[in-house]
Design a protein around this ligand. Structure first.
Ligand SMILES: NC(=O)C1=CN([C@@H]2O[C@H](COP(=O)(O)OP(=O)(O)OC[C@H]3O[C@@H](n4cnc5c(N)ncnc54)[C@H](O)[C@@H]3O)[C@@H](O)[C@H]2O)[C@@H](O)CC1
Ligand SMILES: Nc1ncnc2c1ncn2[C@@H]1O[C@H](COP(=O)(O)OP(=O)(O)O)[C@@H](O)[C@H]1O
Ligand SMILES: [K+]
Length: 527
């Protein structure tokens, strides 16, 4: 489940399985179609459900013909609408079309809008559609009669199952090309694709089933994928329970630099996130003018610096940085920190420190404002994590957020490999990229989290996990996963909107208990 491959990697795996391993494409297609038919049979009563399978010209259509043949053999009322041109079918599609017809299957064809209109009755009679129009070969906008068919089926509100990926969804980016199906189930072949997890593709695919079509492990080894997604099994591998003999010194001491007077709440939220995810000790450096800090956990060691400047940190704060870094194991900076020139000088000092560094919010804005700081950041020999939302990412990359959203994975991987930093690109479909170019898509989270302060909590969770010793390539996606799961838990139990980032922070211990800790690794103190 956690493995994900791009369309081109999947095509290369299919090819290598055929050419190098010697398993013919027809067998792969046979397996794909048969397994799809089996899943359809599990979910719908075949005898009472008129099924219309919509086939395109490519091999996705080929899977559709095989599915149709099996369903027919199992007694279903099934027809195929070939929404392409019979003379353009791929070789394996042609063979499977003829097998389906030999088995007694009925075929309707429509390669333009007026022919499609002639099949209105068949479309109306169907209770279940199977979408085998386009799979990973979709390479341009869906138009003409393909678009008419897609819109008609979607607007009918009837049940729909997509083979491999809902037609119209780009397999690598999750974008809608023109128009797209919205499915109840998607049965994907081999491995899941990024478009199953990236919005809006994620909302179009319904329940995802991944079918093993026989791509051998040696081929996966030869054509490795540098993509994966978060899931409970992966999370359970990462977090280990504490030794009964552990003490607070084992779980890190964070220096959090945050909270100018107007944004002091950001410091409170980040601190709460860090403590709720298990940080050993937390020192908070805030401007004196930010006091009082309502809601600050009493566990936080508070260090007020820098006189009474209403704009936040001033240069007197700079003198405290070296002292405050003493004895720390990790620095997190940015939430509500401000972007004054003094804040820039503080960041410069932090970039020099030989500790892992998590930079969020205003720290990212400072990097964008001061190219020399960004250069320094890229040259750091120590772990650095940047956690931008698309706006911050656009400023860091000197582009627009629209350009970033065009291909979130590519944007995150490009910045990570160029800068040598770990990048957590937040938002709907958060992605975590390592400096080596590996990318993990975060599968949790919901739009109820789109509220001020959410990112501050995430920054704290990440600092908390890293302070406990988790390497950044695991801590970064795990922090976002746990944060998203906490949001999902609140959305389900409190309501989809209106729960607070502070509540997300307070839910973290429960999420860690239920999702990340395998039952056999329960803390003995909880027996
Ligand atoms: N041996 C293999 O390669 C296997 C492939 N499989 C299936 O094959 C699919 C990939 O097959 P293909 O590479 O043939 O690609 P598709 O079947 O996804 O579609 C490609 C065809 O559609 C056309 N096309 C793309 N976008 C279009 C648009 N917007 N409007 C009109 N036409 C458009 C292309 O020109 C091409 O003819 C997978 O998604 C999977 O379902 C499976 O059967 C497993 C084995
Ligand atoms: N539509 C969404 N679906 C899932 N998660 C979301 C969505 N919108 C925002 N989030 C999450 O909420 C958080 C918002 O972070 P950020 O934009 O930095 O907020 P702030 O600056 O207010 O703290 C991120 O973790 C982001 O991934
Ligand atoms: K499809």
């Amino acid at each position: 489940m956690a493995r994900i491959v791009t369309a081109s990697t999947m095509a290369a795996m299919d090819r290598a399985t055929m050419d190098e391993f010697g398993l013919p494409g027809r067998i792969l297609m046979e397996t794909a179609g048969r397994e799809a038919a089996r899943i359809i049979r599990q979910h719908y009563p075949l005898r009472d459900t008129p099924i219309l399978i919509l086939c395109g010209n490519g091999n996705n259509g080929g899977d559709g013909w095989v599915t149709a043949r099996y369903l027919l053999g199992w007694g279903a009322q099934v027809s195929v609408l070939l929404a392409g041109s019979p003379e353009k079918l791929t070789q394996n599609s042609l063979i499977n079309r003829s097998l389906y017809e030999k088995a007694g299957g009925c075929v309707l064809t429509a390669d333009n809008d007026s022919r499609l209109a002639g099949h209105r009755g068949a479309l109306q009679r169907a209770a279940l559609f199977v979408d085998a129009l386009f799979g990973i070969g979709l390479d341009r906008d869906v138009k003409g009669h393909f678009a008419t068919l897609t819109d008609t089926v979607r607007e009918s509100g009837k049940s729909l199952i997509s083979l491999d990926i809902p037609s119209g969804i780009h397999a690598d980016t999750g974008h809608v090309l023109g128009t797209a199906f919205r499915s109840d189930h998607t049965i994907t072949f081999g491995f899941a694709k990024p478009g199953h997890f990236l919005e809006p593709g994620r909302s179009h695919r319904g329940i995802l089933h991944t079918v093993d079509i026989g791509i051998p492990e040696v081929i996966y080894g030869k054509i490795p994928s540098d993509l994966a997604c978060t899931d409970p099994e992966w999370a359970k591998e990462i977090l280990t329970m504490r030794s009964p003999e552990s003490h607070k010194g084992n779980f890190g001491h964070i220096l959090l630099v945050a909270g100018a007077p107007d944004t002091r709440g950001a410091a409170v939220l980040a601190a709460t996130g860090a403590l709720r995810s298990g940080a050993g000790l937390l020192s908070l450096m805030v401007p004196e003018a930010s006091l009082p800090l309502p809601g600050i956990p009493p566990e936080v060691m508070l260090h007020t610096v820098g006189g009474n400047n209403r704009t936040g940190f001033d240069d007197t704060a700079l003198q405290s940085v070296a002292d405050l870094l003493e004895g720390k194991t990790l620095v997190a900076a940015g939430p509500g920190m401000g972007t004054s020139s003094s804040a820039a000088r503080i960041l410069q000092r932090l970039l020099d420190c030989p500790l892992p560094l998590v930079l969020d919010a205003d720290a990212l804005n400072l990097l964008a404002l001061h190219p020399e700081l960004m250069e320094k950041c890229c040259r750091r020999p120590h772990t650095t994590v940047l956690t931008p939302h698309p706006g911050e990412m656009a400023r860091l990359c000197q582009t627009s957020s629209t350009a970033i959203q065009q291909d979130r994975i590519a944007a995150a991987v490009c910045l990570a490999t160029d800068s040598g930093c770990h990048i957590l690109l937040k938002g709907a479909s958060t992605v975590a990229a390592t400096p080596e170019g590996f990318c993990r898509i975060v599968t949790s989270g919901n739009p109820g989290m789109a509220t001020g302060g959410s990112g501050d909590v995430l920054c704290g969770i990440l600092a908390g996990l890293m302070a406990q010793g988790l390497p950044a390539d695991e801590a970064v996606p795990l922090a976002a996963y746990v944060h998203g799961l906490a949001g999902d838990h609140l959305a389900k139990n409190k309501g989809p909107i209106g729960y607070l980032p502070s509540e997300v922070a307070h839910t973290i211990p429960r999420i860690i208990q239920t999702t990340c800790i395998p039952p056999n690794r329960e803390n003995p103190g909880h027996e």
